[in-house]
Design a protein around this ligand. Structure first.
Ligand code: PMP
Length: 469
């Protein structure tokens, strides 16, 4: 299939754009720029290709937003959702009600999860899953009679979401601009485990020692009796596809054990196949988190769905009433929404039937190798990531790793050049991130990588012409 073939559509693009610009507030958007240029109206999609309202096709290197794991146009999922909506669209799961798909999905997802995570609280997004995790942690230590154990250690450049609490846990400074942080007295930050920008002259193993030392020093400085949890993505996503030195997660997890600190694995991006397993914590990083949050690929983006997975130990503590009638007063109208759960169940069924994780394990190393071939380009400082979660870091100087001036908007320019050539890659500051649907073939990977090469070279020529480089 030609991923950029045109289709004939009859959308009134100008009318849609006008309504959008006038009334639709977009997330993470430069509004001034947006008012000038408007939106690409994404109208239809199939497989790994999206089509704008004019009929132009683009190979989607972004996977929606790291989430359309099974690709677009899966009739089976749409059908399962429609069937559930017709049969029984919604009933609250508060108190003693449930639905067939919520019960089935709870059993299914906990069966796939790392050892011991036998219970799940459903939600509709990753931020909500992380907020839920923190509420559980605080409730848990209150119930255990340790009300001082409340602090959360998080990392610079970690991304945990966009509710006020999840944003405050987030360590991407850019995302804090213009906002206050909530619960600042309860949040402590440590360094990002960024191997590319580790202190000059240190080996990866020495860097790991430094990071583990920093974590332990932070715990001792705060007082272990005040530290409740550590939250981390297995591979940092929005903070720059940062892959920690080998052994990092296990080492920090062991320190968490030592000081009775809970480990929250934010697998919002990494769960459901992106790294070749349903969950990465145990299968890839060899540790068993106390709480695991997931979203995105959970329903392959066919419906808003997230999970906060917890162990029997938590479940016991939060489910025993402390006082007559006292409850774990947490949950949302759409926790366990039957239609979303039906989408999740069908997603997992397809993943198992088509062995999507096996495909990612087979093709992922090829993707990494092909993308690494861009390292010969003068603008490319680093190519990193794993399997279907990859990025290119663009620099002004490979030797010093110095960045181009912000106003060059290098990531955006390269993404625009790729878009003009029929491939979408995500710009994040000076990076270009690739997180395509997990169904990508080797031929599509070749096309994506070669287009990115052409785009980087074209932008490089422009920068030279403009005297920026
Ligand atoms: N955690 C991580 C690691 C994420 O990447 C994201 C979203 N990109 C979130 C949490 C927040 O998820 P959502 O946008 O669904 O609230």
């Amino acid at each position: 299939m030609d991923d950029t073939a045109r289709r004939n559509f009859a959308y009134d693009t100008e009318a849609i754009r006008a309504k959008d610009v006038a009334h639709h507030v977009h997330p993470w958007t430069d509004f001034a720029d947006f008012e000038k240029t408007g939106s690409m109206v994404v109208a239809e999609a199939e497989g790994a290709t999206i089509y704008d309202s004019e009929g132009q096709g683009y190979l989607d290197g972004i996977g929606g937003l790291w989430c359309v794991n099974l690709g677009y146009g899966r009739d089976e999922i749409a059908q399962a959702m429609a069937d559930q909506a017709r049969r029984m669209v919604y009933y609250s799961s508060f108190g003693h009600h449930t639905s067939v798909p919520a019960a089935e999905l709870a059993a299914k997802v906990t069966g796939l999860a790392p050892a011991g995570l036998n219970h799940v609280l459903f939600g509709t997004g990753g931020s909500m899953a992380n907020d839920t995790a923190i509420r559980i942690v605080h409730f848990y230590f209150n119930r255990l009679g340790k009300p001082r154990k409340k602090k959360i250690i998080t990392r610079h450049d970690g991304y945990h979401g966009s509710t006020y609490l999840a944003m405050s846990l987030t360590g991407v400074a850019f995302d804090h601009q213009g906002f206050d942080l909530v619960g600042e007295e309860l949040i402590a930050r440590i360094s990002a485990p960024n191997c590319y920008r580790r202190p000059a002259g240190t080996t990866e193993a020495e860097f790991l020692d430094l990071l583990a030392g920093e974590f332990e020093a932070k715990v001792l400085e705060l007082g272990p009796e005040t530290v409740a949890a550590f939250i981390a993505e297995p591979i940092m996503g929005a903070g720059g596809v940062v892959v920690a030195p080998a052994g990092y997660h296990r080492r920090i997890w062991e320190l968490c054990r030592k000081y009775e600190i809970l480990y929250i694995a934010d697998e919002v991006v990494t769960a459901f196949g992106r790294l070749g397993h349903f969950f990465a914590s145990e299968a890839v990083f060899g540790m068993q988190p106390d709480i695991l949050t997931c979203a995105k690929g959970f329903s392959s983006a066919y419906a808003p769905l997230s999970g906060t997975l917890i162990s029997d130990a938590f479940h016991e503590v939060i489910s025993v009433p402390q006082a007559p009638g006292a409850l774990f007063t947490h949950g949302f109208t759409y926790s366990g929404h039957p239609v979303c759960c039906a989408a999740g169940l069908k997603t997992i069924e397809i993943m198992e039937r088509e062995d999507i994780c096996g495909h990612v394990r087979r093709v992922g190393p090829y993707f990494e190798r092909r993308l690494k071939s861009l390292s010969d380009l003068p603008l490319v400082g680093d190519v990193r990531g794993s399997h279907f979660m990859l990025c290119v870091e663009n620099v002004a100087d490979k030797e010093t790793k110095a960045l181009l001036p912000g106003e060059v908007q290098i990531g955006k320019r390269i993404a625009a050049a790729a878009q003009a050539r029929g491939v979408l890659v995500r710009p994040i500051a000076h990076l270009n991130v690739l997180s395509p649907p997990l169904i990508l073939t080797e031929a599509q990977i070749d096309r994506m990588v070669e287009t990115l090469r052409d785009s980087i070279l074209a932008v490089q020529d422009d920068l030279v012409r403009e005297g920026h480089w």
